[in-house]
Each structure stands twice: as C-alpha cells, then as structure tokens.
Design a protein around this ligand. Structure first.
Ligand SMILES: Nc1ncnc2c1ncn2[C@@H]1O[C@H](COP(=O)(O)OP(=O)(O)O)[C@@H](O)[C@H]1O
Ligand SMILES: [Mg+2]
Length: 173
C-alpha cells in the first residue's frame, strides 16, 4: 500500500506527485526509488536545454527525513476530446517535431506508452496543455552518451512506434 501524502495530485506507477504551489509540483522519492532522483533530474535538465517538450526542472528539495523530491513546473492537463480534430493534428505535429529534436540531441523519453500489462492509462505521461502536448516522467529516459548508439537507436525506433500509436489514439476518440 502506498503512503498517502497531503496535497497528492496523483500516484503514478512508481512515485507520488504532490502540489506545492500553483506553479510547482514535487515528485516524491522515498524508499527504493530514493537513489533515482539525481539521474532523473539530470535527464530532465538535459532535455530542458533542447526545447520545452519535457516539463521544466526547478530544483531538488527535501520533503522530510525520509523523502526527497524533484520539484518541477506544474502543468494543468486538459482533455483532447474537447478540441477539434484539426487542432489535435496540429498539436500532434508539434509533438512529433519536438520529440524528434530531442532524439537528434541524444535524448529518448522511452515511456510514452505504458506496457499493456500495467495498470493505468496507456499514455499518461503525455499531458495536453494550453501550450500543446508536454511530457512528464523521464524516469526511464536515456541519453545517447550513456547507453551508446546501438541501444539508443533501438529505443528511438520503439519510441517512434509508440508515437504513431498515440497519434491513432488521439485522432480516433
Ligand atoms: N509536472 C506535473 N504537473 C502536474 N501533474 C504531474 C506532473 N508530473 C506528474 N504529474 C502527475 O503525477 C503522476 C505521476 O508522475 P510520473 O512522473 O509519471 O511518475 P511515475 O513514475 O510514478 O509514473 C502523473 O501521471 C501525473 O498525473
Ligand atoms: Mg508516469
């Protein structure tokens, strides 16, 4: 059973995310996940230098004795079903361009689509905002400089498949 924190926004597959202010959220790292926080922060900062697709890193902070948190920009997701097909296509094109710029720069997200055997929405790391699609959760993202060309290229090929599935998902509802 997951620990319940005050001001919880959501508990994703691994971490709880709490609201801090109107513009900031904190992703909590406790227990087993504690050692992952630095790596997630570094990957997020890398992507932030390329473009605005991945939510902005703000700082690392402590929540209490037992837990740290990755503080980031808070986004307010909207439902794409409220918007016309044409608008969704436009947002998809921007997403595709920005993701490809990240790939060119040596960053691959790797978690667009949740494996079908896991609970939750299939694309819950892609949030639609008034500024278009944004990505959260770089927990399993990879940098070319860290994983090498072979793995990186394989991850990109898989990501492009998931992106196409997301396009179908968005345009068929
Ligand atoms: N920057 C953010 N703004 C608003 N909500 C967020 C933000 N980051 C995460 N969340 C919410 O918290 C959930 C879990 O965050 P996520 O980073 O995906 O963690 P996990 O690794 O547990 O999936 C998300 O699905 C989303 O609902
Ligand atoms: Mg997630």
């Amino acid at each position: 059973m997951k620990k319940h924190y005050p001001r919880t926004l959501s508990s994703g597959a691994n971490n709880t995310v709490i609201a801090l202010t109107e513009s900031e959220v904190g992703k909590i790292f406790a227990g087993d996940t504690r050692s992952d926080i630095g790596s997630e922060a570094e990957k997020m900062k890398f992507a932030n230098q390329v473009n605005d697709l991945i939510v902005k890193f703000v700082r690392l902070d402590e929540l209490n004795e037992e837990a740290e948190m990755l503080v980031m920009e808070r986004v307010y997701p909207m439902d794409f079903r409220a918007y016309e097909y044409e608008k969704r296509e436009l947002w998809l094109e921007v997403l595709e361009d920005e993701l490809s710029a990240l790939h060119q720069a040596g960053f691959v997200h790797r978690d667009l689509r949740r494996p079908s055997d896991m609970v939750g929405q299939p694309f819950d790391n892609i949030l639609l905002t008034a500024q278009g699609f944004r990505l959260i959760d770089v927990g399993i993202s990879a940098l070319r400089s860290q994983v090498g060309d072979r793995l990186f290229d394989r991850f990109v090929a898989q990501e492009l498949k998931e992106l196409e599935e997301f396009r179908q998902f968005v345009l068929s509802r």
